[in-house]
Write a protein that binds this ligand. Structure first.
Ligand SMILES: NC(=O)c1ccc[n+]([C@@H]2O[C@H](COP(=O)([O-])OP(=O)(O)OC[C@H]3O[C@@H](n4cnc5c(N)ncnc54)[C@H](O)[C@@H]3O)[C@@H](O)[C@H]2O)c1
Length: 330
């Protein structure tokens, strides 16, 4: 029986006693996908988010919402009171944002995580799942990337995510808090919108919706491992409910070129825009691919292989998203 089905069959939800989860950063892209999945499974969900990059409208109606920052230790402790599981996603996200604001990056990502760990310790949670990033690896030396690939981050973001990972592991040793750190590769899916520090999929989506050319840096034959946020939610929940602890890579275990990504996004949207090529950007990695065998063995992680279906769902969602349409003047 799968971990999730056996959880549903055995846990206290059926006896009317709900299992409680805190999702920090639950108004954000990935956090809201996790919160929705938890609610669907019958958990009671509380969200702590300061709405700095998240949206109030991402918060599911059935979730309890606390507007506040993980940098505030008291608020974080209140938010964690009485919960069984913590999914910690609140963060300053991305290399460019961290290069522009290194102090707030470290404050939110490192001190914020320490506050979450202190809160987890005070509450005595069954598991803390920390959202880490493939950004901790820095320059990629070998692919597929296994967990023991050298960790040599080349931006303050990678450094802060790695420091927070190490703090989580240290708290597990010191205080016996069971911890899982999940290192995501390129996540995409519903609730991912364009922002100034945006990822390639929302940027291409904007251009397709507007009917203007897509820009690709380099020859477009560079590859990335795009993992659906639904699979990331699955990894969070399965790892929380399993006996697993430690660090795990989370990707789709497949990769596509940026040229193919652009083609697929146009195909699923039944639209066609021009592609313009610009010189390669320095620091961009050529190829990226996660080895997810450890997550598969430890908690039965099974990423979906159908990127085209995932992109179709994404384009239908973003095409009707009022926030995106308003911003684009559609
Ligand atoms: N999107 C990706 O491809 C990706 C890849 C690797 C790792 N991650 C990690 O996944 C997590 C979620 O990222 P996302 O892509 O959903 O980004 P996001 O910006 O949509 O979500 C982050 C959320 O945290 C909230 N937040 C920020 N600072 C906060 C604070 N001080 N207190 C409380 N809430 C705060 C934001 O308002 C937002 O809702 C992050 O920890 C990020 O490092 C994301």
């Amino acid at each position: 029986m799968s971990v999730i089905r056996s959880f549903l069959a055995n846990n206290a939800i059926s006896e009317g006693k709900k299992v409680k989860a805190l999702v920090t950063g639950g108004a954000g892209f990935i956090g809201s996908n996790i919160a929705n999945k938890l609610l669907e499974m019958g958990f009671s969900v509380r969200i702590l988010d300061d709405l700095s990059s998240g949206y109030r409208s991402n918060v599911p109606e059935k979730a309890e919402f606390i507007e506040g920052s993980v940098v505030d230790g008291d608020v974080t402790k209140e938010a964690a009171a009485g919960v069984d599981y913590i999914f910690h996603l609140a963060a300053s996200v991305g290399n460019k944002r961290a290069i522009d604001n290194p102090i707030s990056d470290a404050t939110i990502n490192v001190l914020g995580t320490l506050n979450v760990l202190e809160a987890a310790r005070a509450t005595g949670v069954k598991k803390l799942v920390y959202s880490s990033s493939a950004g901790i690896f820095g320059e990629l030396k070998t692919i597929p990337i296994k967990e023991d690939h050298p960790r040599d981050p080349d931006s303050p973001y990678g450094v802060s995510k790695l420091a927070a990972e190490k703090d989580c592991l240290a708290y597990m040793k010191l205080y016996g808090i069971p911890v899982v750190c999940l290192r995501y590769f390129n996540v995409f899916g519903v609730h991912q919108r364009f922002d100034a520090y945006g990822n390639v999929i929302p940027i291409f989506a904007d251009r397709i919706l507007k009917g203007i050319p897509i820009t690709i840096f380099g020859d477009g034959e560079q590859t990335r491992d795009f993992v659906n946020a639904k699979d990331v939610a699955q990894a969070n929940i399965k790892s929380a409910l399993s006996e697993a602890t430690g660090v795990f890579n989370i990707g789709s275990a497949s990769r596509i070129t940026i040229n193919h990504l652009a083609e697929l996004m146009m195909k699923v949207s039944e639209a066609s825009v021009e592609i313009e090529y610009e010189p390669e950007r320095s620091g961009d990695v050529r190829d990226s691919l996660a080895d997810v065998s450890q997550a598969r063995d430890a908690f039965g992680f099974e990423p979906s292989s159908d990127i085209e279906a995932g992109l179709k769902d994404y384009m239908s969602w973003i095409g009707t998203d009022p926030i995106t349409r308003g911003r684009l003047g559609l």
